[in-house]
Design a binder for this molecule. Structure first.
Ligand code: PNS
Length: 169
């Protein structure tokens, strides 16, 4: 019997990638043969970290995990999943508020993707459930300790980007 490769897409803004995201990536990579971390290039938003840097920081953090691939994307995540032949979209859940926000996305992605893509939710580890990229950016802007939230390379890039006034387009 031939077992097909099970591939999933883990989409996000990752501005910046947090310890919570990295935990979801690590645990998600055990559920699938291939996990593609997809960094959203959103022309309507100005991120703190440039798209290239967001991709590189994740790639550095997952180095050595052969199941994980990191790339950027534009447009619909459902379309990306179809293009990659990925049957699943992975998202982390920190709270009921996350679930409420994620449900319409999961349903829309299924419908937009021709009903070929299902969303799988992983509950965040409780000790990381307080972390969000928005909080991290705020703490970084005000010079707080970033160690509980992000890895040292991410903290360094974030501080540098904020000193320099944000991401180049
Ligand atoms: O890290 P975030 O900001 O919570 O991630 C949101 C993301 C990137 C998953 C979502 O905005 C997204 O999938 N955008 C791509 C456009 C799309 O597919 N929209 C329809 C479903 S929301």
């Amino acid at each position: 019997m031939k077992i097909e490769q099970r591939a999933a897409v883990y989409p996000g803004s990752f501005d910046p990638v947090t310890r919570g995201h990295l935990d979801i990536i690590m645990r998600g990579s055990r559920l699938f043969d291939k996990l593609v971390v997809a960094v959203l290039e959103n022309p309507e938003k100005t991120p703190v970290l440039a798209e290239r840097e967001r991709v590189d920081l994740i790639a550095r953090a997952v180095e050595g995990n052969p199941r994980v691939e990191v790339r950027s994307f534009r447009g619909l995540v459902a379309r990306l999943a179809a293009e990659l032949g990925a049957g699943w979209i992975l998202r982390g859940l920190r709270s009921e508020a996350d679930l409420a926000a994620e449900m319409p996305m999961a349903i829309s992605n299924r419908l937009a993707g021709g009903r070929t893509v299902e969303t799988v939710f992983l509950p965040t580890r409780p000790e990381l459930s307080f972390i969000s990229s928005r909080l991290v950016r705020d703490i970084a802007r005000h010079g707080g300790d970033l160690a509980p939230f992000v890895t040292p390379p991410v903290a360094k890039s974030l501080r540098k980007a904020l000193r320099g006034g944000g991401a180049p387009s």
